[in-house]
Design a protein around this ligand. Structure first.
Ligand SMILES: NC(=O)c1ccc[n+]([C@@H]2O[C@H](COP(=O)([O-])OP(=O)(O)OC[C@H]3O[C@@H](n4cnc5c(N)ncnc54)[C@H](OP(=O)(O)O)[C@@H]3O)[C@@H](O)[C@H]2O)c1
Length: 264
């Protein structure tokens, strides 16, 4: 299956809450779930997926390998452990979580390709790679996606243009800025105009650009409401009014030890 446009994020869910949220999302129709070694919940996410009872080939499962495993040269064995922890057989997508310091993007891509060749995953990709890192990785192996912060207060137009040019999709993380984007006056106005909830408006703005989105909620009502993003369209004017907000260019996931040169 192709990667569904809207998926469930699972950070910072842990334990029973992670398991229950994944099962609930699948009951509501979600078919795309995102986890990571760093979240410490791969086993619980896997348990929730198994409990939901959806046929394995109808749900798209992503995990991410900690960037330090690439630096240490243990990425492949670490990916085997992740796939085992999730407990569903091969996953659909394995990403390198952040660009590892001191390891060339081409080498990261080759190590990811080895995971695919071993049958641990159907697709490979990267996360938090800047334009030049993404280009280098994609030149070395076919990269499905670059998972990056993407919401109405961040200008990702340069990265999106480059990704389109080389046939890589972007996947938006933190798409509603943990709820903050829902309070923006332009978003609220467009929600009133369309009769849709603000989260559906923001997620629609992302999806309508051909960008995938993963959003986290533990609430049945909000999980269901977020899915409305798939059911309507924004006009060109409404898209442009939200795009205008990206000039704020504010990043919320900024870790000095991990982040690349975002302008690179
Ligand atoms: N690759 C990376 O480096 C990276 C970094 C960060 C995140 N991610 C992934 O991206 C996923 C999504 O990002 P995120 O969780 O940071 O942020 P987010 O999805 O933008 O926001 C999640 C927060 O918004 C609330 N929420 C969800 N739907 C809502 C709605 N309709 N109305 C009001 N509040 C709503 C949730 O609370 P309730 O539970 O109370 O609804 C939760 O606190 C993560 O879960 C993770 O899987 C990846």
């Amino acid at each position: 299956m192709d990667m569904p446009l809207l998926g469930l994020g699972t950070w910072p869910l842990a334990g029973d809450q992670a398991r229950r949220t994944v099962r609930l999302a699948l009951e509501l129709g979600y078919r795309h779930v995102d986890t990571a070694q760093m979240y410490g919940n791969e086993a619980e996410v896997g348990a929730g997926l198994r409990e939901a009872g959806v046929p394995r080939d109808e749900v798209f499962v992503t995990t991410k390998i900690h960037q330090d495993r690439f630096t240490e040269g243990t990425a492949l064995e670490s990916a085997r452990a992740s796939v085992e922890a999730i407990g569903l057989g091969p996953v659909d997508l394995i990403l390198c979580h952040w660009p590892p310091r001191g390891v060339a993007p081409a080498q990261v891509a080759e190590e990811l390709a080895a995971m695919r060749d071993e049958g641990l995953t159907r697709h490979i990709g990267v996360s938090n790679f800047n334009v030049s890192q993404m280009r280098e990785a994609a030149a070395a192996a076919p990269i499905l996606t670059n998972q990056v912060e993407f919401h109405p207060l961040l200008d990702q137009s340069r990265l999106l243009a480059a990704a389109r040019e080389i046939g890589v999709t972007l996947t938006a993380y933190r798409p509603i800025l943990r709820g903050e984007a829902l309070r923006l006056p332009a978003v609220r106005a467009i929600a009133a105009e369309t009769g849709r909830n603000p989260a559906a408006v923001v997620l629609r703005w992302i999806i309508q650009q051909g960008v995938h989105a993963i959003c986290m909620s533990t609430s049945r009502e909000r999980l269901a409401g977020n899915q409305e993003a798939l059911d309507f369209s924004l006009s060109e004017d409404q898209m442009a009014r939200i795009t205008a907000l990206t000039s704020a260019n504010r990043r919320s996931c900024d870790y000095p030890d991990w982040q690349p040169d975002w302008e690179g």
